[in-house]
Ligand binder design. Structure first.
Ligand SMILES: [Zn+2]
Length: 74
C-alpha cells in the first residue's frame, strides 16, 4: 500500500497517510495528527527528490556522445 506524504496547512506538520490507489482515486481526506486539521496538501516529497537525483544526473549525461544538432536529439 503506497504511503502519501501530506503537510498540514494549519500547523505545517508533515505526516504520512497510507491509502490504496482506489482510495486515492476517490479522494483522500487526511486529518492532521497534530491539530486534527483537515486542510492538508501534498508537498513535494523529499523521498522523490532524493530518489530522482541520481537518475537525473545519469539522464543528463549523454552516454552515447550525442550532440545538439547532430540529428539524433531532434
Ligand atoms: Zn495540523
Amino acid at each position: 500500500m503506497p504511503i502519501y506524504n501530506f503537510q498540514c496547512d494549519d500547523c505545517q506538520a508533515v505526516f504520512d497517510l497510507r491509502a490504496t490507489f482506489q482510495e486515492k482515486e476517490r479522494g483522500l481526506s487526511p486529518v492532521c495528527p497534530q491539530c486534527q486539521g483537515q486542510h492538508a496538501h501534498q508537498p513535494i516529497s523529499a523521498g522523490w527528490l532524493l530518489g530522482g537525483r541520481s537518475a537525473a544526473n545519469v539522464a543528463s549525461t549523454p552516454a552515447w556522445g550525442c550532440s545538439p544538432g547532430g540529428g539524433c536529439c531532434g
